[in-house]
Design a protein around this ligand. Structure first.
Ligand SMILES: *[C@@H]1O[C@H](CO)[C@@H](O)[C@H](O)[C@H]1NC(C)=O
Ligand SMILES: *[C@@H]1O[C@H](CO)[C@@H](O)[C@H](O)[C@H]1NC(C)=O
Ligand SMILES: *[C@@H]1O[C@H](CO)[C@@H](O)[C@H](O)[C@H]1NC(C)=O
Ligand SMILES: *[C@@H]1O[C@H](CO)[C@@H](O)[C@H](O)[C@H]1NC(C)=O
Length: 380
């Protein structure tokens, strides 16, 4: 057995044990599950890497399999998580790739020993790393004898956008002043969430050709979600913030209070939230906060059944009591009341409902104490 294999086995053990502890320390069941899935993923990658490592250049000592870096998980957005989970299930290459972290592939390295990717048994999808940092293929001609080989392979076409899905790109090998002296086998490329790419490498047409990792794209691994990595000359890359499309934000909410209210209740905590597009309504506090400047419409309702009791609910906008939903029962019966209000709000304005007096009635399914609203038009 090679020393290389032993090193990998030790690395694998360290990863597994450290992540197992991490998963254990995590509180919520969901987080633990997610953590364990990631561990599973890393195990698969480590194993795949070991297999790949065995096929590759036996004579070489340099392995560089840094598999600890993982950049694809966003902790903020729940909706993204759902789609990420789905993608995993469907075998999305963005989550099923082999880590290819070999420093000799960098566009700025020259090695005396020249590699040949024709000798590698390519299988499935790969993601390029440079010392644990995400990196991408060059989109420009690379000088001969770089990337640890004689004829460096570069991508003869732009990297795809996310909406393009999987694309096929030609690959060129530079040799003797001809940037595309070797027209190598085309490969497939996909852009993933989190600003990285996966490549379906195939055996190049001849030796000695090797796929390059563009050292100038190291900066791309540091771009945020709302940024993309751009370059005018394909040499200097930088993170550029995408323009947010604010033309038509969808803000709608509808919530109910599933119990009974008596007397003064400063802020009704409508805990049963049925609609909350744009997440501007806070279930914990019962407060709606305007996310953008614009015209909003609100509605709120109540129901009373006690004879001769006056019940008042007030809509409170930025501390001002602006509209009432009033009920007054004269004889034994039940009355309800629904009030609406339309107003112009600045970003950050707060809106809630106060139960000022009387008694309001509702149960888990009656929907008699409700509060809802919508952004009708945004003001730029
Ligand atoms: C290649 O670039 C990387 C990142 O800038 C640097 O750390 C490394 O020393 C460079 N290698 C050579 C051989 O210049
Ligand atoms: C981009 O996302 C970061 C957080 O990842 C945030 O702080 C920043 O405000 C966002 N910028 C824009 C223009 O959306
Ligand atoms: C509903 O509220 C309005 C305005 O306060 C009031 O005039 C009306 O009588 C109320 N309806 C009932 C059934 O109490
Ligand atoms: C809730 O109120 C509705 C309407 O009065 C009634 O039909 C239903 O049985 C009540 N449900 C419960 C669980 O009390």
């Amino acid at each position: 057995m090679h020393i290389k294999m032993v090193v990998l086995a030790v690395a694998l053990f360290v990863i597994l044990s450290s992540c197992a502890v991490e998963c254990w320390n995590t509180n919520s069941e969901m987080e633990r599950l997610r953590c364990e899935q990631t561990t599973l993923h890393q195990q698969q990658d480590a194993l795949a890497q070991m297999r790949l490592g065995c096929h590759q250049d036996r004579a070489k000592k340099e392995v560089g399999t840094n598999i600890l870096t993982y950049g694809a998980v966003d902790e903020e957005d729940d909706s993204l998580h759902v789609s990420e989970e789905d993608s995993r299930k469907q075998g999305d290459p963005c989550f099923h790739y082999t880590v290819l972290d070999q420093a000799w592939r960098a566009t700025n390295t020259t090695t005396s020993y020249k590699r040949c990717d024709r000798n590698v048994k390519w299988n499935g999808w790969y993601r390029l790393f440079y010392n644990g940092k995400s990196i991408q293929m060059p989109e420009r001609c690379v000088p001969v004898d770089k990337c640890g080989t004689n004829s460096p392979l570069w991508l003869a076409g732009p990297h795809p956008k996310r909406r393009d899905g999987i694309v096929t790109r030609n690959v060129c090998g530079h040799w003797k002043k001809d940037c595309c002296a070797f027209k190598s086998t085309p490969i497939q490329v996909k852009k993933c969430l989190g600003n990285y790419y996966v490549y379906k490498f195939t055996q190049p047409t001849s030796c000695r050709l090797a796929y390059c990792a563009d050292i100038n794209t190291l900066v791309c691994g540091r771009c945020r979600r709302n940024q993309s990595c751009v370059s005018q000359d394909k040499i200097n890359w930088r993170c550029k913030t995408k323009k947010r499309i604010l033309s038509n934000p969808q803000i709608h909410f509808f919530a109910s209070y599933p119990g009974q209210l008596t007397g003064k209740v400063n802020r009704i905590k409508y805990s049963k939230v049925l609609v909350n597009m744009g997440r501007a309504f806070n279930r914990g506090t019962g407060v709606f906060t305007a996310p953008v400047k614009g015209v909003y419409q609100f509605f709120f309702s109540t129901q009373t059944a006690n004879t001769n009791l006056k019940t008042d609910l007030w809509l409170v906008v930025n501390g001002y009591w602006v509209a009432v939903s009033h009920t007054h029962v004269f004889r034994p019966s039940t009355v309800g009341n629904l009030s609406t209000y339309m107003t112009f709000l600045r970003k950050g304005a707060v809106v809630y409902v106060t139960h000022n007096s009387g008694r309001s009635w509702a149960n888990g399914s009656s929907m008699t104490i409700t509060f809802g609203g919508s952004l009708l038009a945004q003001w730029k």
